[in-house]
Structures are given as C-alpha cells and as structure tokens.
Design a protein around this ligand. Structure first.
Ligand code: HEC
Length: 107
C-alpha cells in the first residue's frame, strides 16, 4: 500500500509538467523557429500574410485562444491551412496561440 502511493505521487510528478504551463524553454525556441519558418512559409516570413492571411495580433483579435488552438491543431478543412496535430502537442499549440495574441510575437 505504501509503495503504491509513492508510485502515484511519482506518476503525478512526471505527468504534471506535461499538462500544465508553458513548454520548456528549449521547446519554446523550437516553436518560435517553426512559427517563422513553417507557418511563415504560407503566412509570410514576418507573418504579415502571403498565401495565408496575416497572423498579426490585430487580425488574431477575432479569435480566442481556444479557437486558435483548434485552427492550429486541426487546420481549416477545404483550405491550404494544414492540421499540425502530428507535429505539435496541445500545449505547443496553446503556447503558439498565446504568442499570436501578444502585441509583439517572438522573433
Ligand atoms: C501550406 C500553407 C500554410 C501553412 C504551412 C500554415 N498555414 Fe495557416 N492558413 C493557411 C491558409 C491558406 C489560411 C486561410 C484559410 C482560409 O481561407 O480560411 C490559413 C489560416 C490560418 C489561421 C486563421 C487566420 C484567419 O485570420 O482566418 C490561423 C490562425 C493560422 N492559419 C495559423 C497557422 C499557424 C500557427 C501555422 C503554423 C503552425 C500555419 N497557420 C501554417 C495556410 C497555411
């Protein structure tokens, strides 16, 4: 019984960082690169629009973070906007969505 509780406590410790808060700083750096290189290949290298519309905060104001997470993970069916759920976790998408809502997205 004692050992079982330790097991559960250990499990929670391992799982907690994955389900709450921001991605690790190293992952944030990777996501920043992805935002400007991969997303930027369609949305413009400065995110001001290209094949896809601008991703700057003025335009992102129309979406809440949850809606942006959905767009990023699932794409927009019937358009060139692809789903990213194979490459990005929900936490990754949430972090990106929050960056897009900020006045100055990271560069
Ligand atoms: C292959 C090209 C392509 C790539 C890569 C791409 N997008 Fe898109 N995205 C589009 C297109 C095209 C649209 C507009 C779809 C439509 O007509 O509604 C769009 C729409 C969006 C929208 C909704 C914008 C709006 O104002 O309606 C968001 C948010 C978005 N993309 C975020 C991202 C993010 C974040 C990434 C990188 C993780 C990404 N996109 C990568 C092509 C792309």
């Amino acid at each position: 019984m004692r050992y079982r509780h330790w097991g559960i406590a250990l499990l929670l410790l391992l799982v907690a960082p994955a389900v709450s808060g921001d991605p690790a700083p190293s992952r944030q750096a990777e996501l920043e690169t992805l935002l400007y290189q991969d997303c930027g290949s369609c949305h413009g290298m400065t995110l001001r629009g290209g094949l896809g519309p601008s991703l700057l905060p003025e335009r992102m104001a129309r979406y809440d973070v949850t809606a942006l997470i959905g767009i990023i993970l699932h794409g927009i069916p019937g358009t060139a906007m692809p789903p990213w759920s194979e490459l990005l976790t929900r936490q990754d998408a949430a972090w990106l969505a929050e960056q897009l809502k900020k006045d100055a997205p990271p560069r």
